[in-house]
Design a protein around this ligand. Sequence first.
Ligand SMILES: O=P(O)(O)OC[C@@]1(O)O[C@H](CO)[C@@H](O)[C@@H]1O
Length: 305
Amino acid sequence: MILTVTPNPAVDHTIHFDEPLQTGVVHRTDDAVFTAGGKGINVAKYVSALDADVTASGFLGGHFGKFVRDRLDADGIASDFVTVDADTRLNTTVLAEDGEYKLNHNGPQIRAADVDELVETAQANEPDTLLVGGSLPPGMSLADVDRLARAGDWQIAVDMGGEHLAELEADYYVCKPNRSELAAATGRTVETEADAVEAAEELHARGFEYVLASLGADGALLVTDSEVLSAPALDVEVVDTVGAGDAVMSGFLAAREHGLSDADALRMGVLTASRVVGVAGTRVPNLEDVLTNETHVEVTTVRSR
Ligand SMILES: O=P(O)(O)OC[C@@]1(O)O[C@H](CO)[C@@H](O)[C@@H]1O
């Protein structure tokens, strides 16, 4: 079973305008959606749609926390959250004619006792794989993430900012940096695929068994102990890119849960992301063809190691 831990969940508010945003103007629209979000929660939603056994955990509080919990219940996704006193945040994505604006709140204050309860919750669930996804709310530190990594007999996946990846100390199963996170984690300039491969290999050498690098329109890379694999992005219509990285991680984790190969895990990650970018916000798209593998994605070996 996969347990996703989202330290900083959110209600994702995605609102769309057919005009560029301007200061001093009231923009109005009927086109808005609210979804349960935060990186780990998105992974729980996508992994569940990919038929893997998953439970969502993390901290929830207040009215927005109730919204997130209710949405997951309604979608039939098992959850086991720690309830906190402060309010879960609301994050807004504005899709306007002049681009995609992402406005994230830092999140509620977490107490040391909340973190203790989170570790106990993880232990009680006995997952095979534990994923920590997204930012840390005030009051939670990277040492707490290392503590979660070491608190049980599980493989641990992380999807966090690059500067955080650089500071984690435990041994990790997989991380999923994007281009700028690869750069932040290694201090390298990451422009070409060769730059991305070198940065991902450096992270692998620092204790990540798999490095799954999501490169947007350039697809994704997977560094393993024995090889570097590459998969191109699919040519699809993009509504917005929110949740795309979570989808890459989801495809990878679901494939591993189904016992598939490294190449199939990379393929499933890229395919899941190509479906997620086609829907607004962090809604769950139809992932049927990802499961049946009927859409072809060419995975190539960049090099053997
Ligand atoms: O502020 P964080 O935790 O880094 O990111 C949170 C977030 O932007 O990431 C998800 C998309 O990946 C959204 O569901 C959510 O709003």
